[in-house]
Design a binder for this molecule. Structure first.
Ligand code: GLA
Length: 393
């Protein structure tokens, strides 16, 4: 209601004197609202994205700050469908691989932008035992279980709640995974909160509680290409990973159980190094992963939230720094992309045109007694945080 209308309304119900007060105070309300809008540093806007064949309405939320960063998140799979950040010339461009329709996201794809759960990465032969009881998961990555199963958390519909606090805007997603859904025990209530601040940082906070002992390892599966040119492989990106050790894998990408030193191997990213520099080297681990598809043992695990990894593209000047409280990070160089999936504006995503930095626990932890535990008990709160911080240099 504008000031004039409010004043007329006031006139019909109150005396002239009180109307005067009413008009003044309304003016104040309106000024405050306009002021609030002008100072809303990070905005969040909802729009309809599509409808699933089952009739579920999928929404998209755009978080946007005043520094040229924009993130689109859809309630299907909690997928980051678009992430735009400025280059060194100040031009905001797309830096994540994605599609332009819900229909395409619903077709089989390698987890583009999605939330991953209940267990990120592989569980050997899809089996694990808790308190003497063996649980069997779907074998969706022969002979192993991958990324929480065929539907996991990446092909389900999340409910969403918007929140604002200070200079940030958040989207809090919720999903309840039922007891024995995808084979995992316990009703698991999961919240994932995406928060954009005005410092070009996107925080992802994962929370979960269970009513039965279970295993949990949540992560985010965005594929980045900081050049914004998705026809180019990411081999020129310089990667840094703050890790002295690697979780080596056998042929089916299941950890051998040992942790090995990265010194003098293609896995030493303690100083910035181009992805392409050693990716074709003769190395058993690179052979097993068809390139980089490994979990690094992050340093300073006792420090909680800390620097984990970075990626830099000299052409655009974009730098992505990843901070986390997790013990590991899976650096995946997009080896399985095969030129079959459509880009947003024509063309297809070729091999190694995107990379993932998935903060997480080590693969197959439920079967590896020496790895940090991924068990969650009733009464415990699973809470972890990862930040993706963008800048230019
Ligand atoms: C993860 C895995 C890879 C691959 C991709 C999705 O990063 O480690 O082996 O499965 O997801 O294709």
């Amino acid at each position: 209601m504008n000031v004039l209308k409010r004043c007329l309304y006031g006139f019909s119900i109150v005396s002239l004197a009180s109307m005067n007060i009413q008009c003044k105070s309304d003016k104040k309300v309106e000024e405050t609202t306009t002021e609030a809008k002008a100072t809303a540093v990070v905005t969040i806007e909802k729009s309809a994205y599509g409808t699933t064949p089952k009739g579920e309405k999928i929404d998209s939320y755009k978080l946007k700050n005043q520094k040229g960063m924009e993130v689109d998140i859809i309630t299907y799979g909690g997928i980051i469908s678009s992430l735009k950040v400025p280059n060194k010339a100040g031009k905001s461009e797309e830096v994540v691989l994605g599609f332009n329709s819900l229909e395409q996201y619903m077709k089989p794809n390698p987890y583009f932008g999605a939330l991953i759960g209940r267990y990120g990465n592989r569980i050997a032969k899809g089996k694990f035992t808790l308190d003497g009881k063996e649980y069997a998961l779907a074998i969706n990555n022969d002979p192993n279980a991958l990324h929480g199963g065929p539907e996991g958390f990446h092909r389900v519909v999340w409910t969403a709640e918007e929140a604002k606090s200070g200079d940030n805007a958040s989207l809090k997603l919720k999903y309840v995974s039922k007891d024995l859904e995808e084979g995992y025990p316990g009703n698991l209530t999961v919240f994932v909160t995406y928060t954009l601040n005005n410092d070009n940082s996107l925080d992802v906070v994962y929370e979960a509680t269970t009513d039965k002992k279970t295993v949990v390892n949540l992560t985010q599966h965005s594929y980045f290409n900081l050049s914004s040119d998705f026809s180019k492989p990411i081999l020129d990106h310089e990667i840094t990973i703050d890790a002295d050790k690697l979780v080596p894998v056998a042929a089916t990408l299941i950890p051998t159980g040992k942790l090995t030193d990265v010194t003098n191997t293609p896995f030493d990213f303690r100083k910035p190094k181009k992805v392409g520099l050693a990716i074709e080297a003769k190395d058993e681990q690179l052979k097993n992963g068809l390139g980089y598809d490994h979990c690094w043992v992050l340093n300073n695990q006792d420090k909680g939230d800390r620097f984990a990894a970075s990626a830099y593209d000299a052409g655009s000047g974009r730098l992505l720094e990843v901070y986390t409280d997790q013990p590991g990070i899976q650096f995946y160089s997009g080896n399985f992309l095969d030129g079959t999936l459509p880009m947003r504006n024509g063309g297809t995503y070729a091999r190694r045109t995107g990379f993932c930095l998935e903060t997480q626990h080590y693969p197959d932890s439920p079967n590896q007694k020496d790895f940090p535990t991924t068990v969650l008990n009733p009464g415990e709160n699973y809470k972890t945080k990862t930040s993706f911080k963008f800048s230019v240099k």
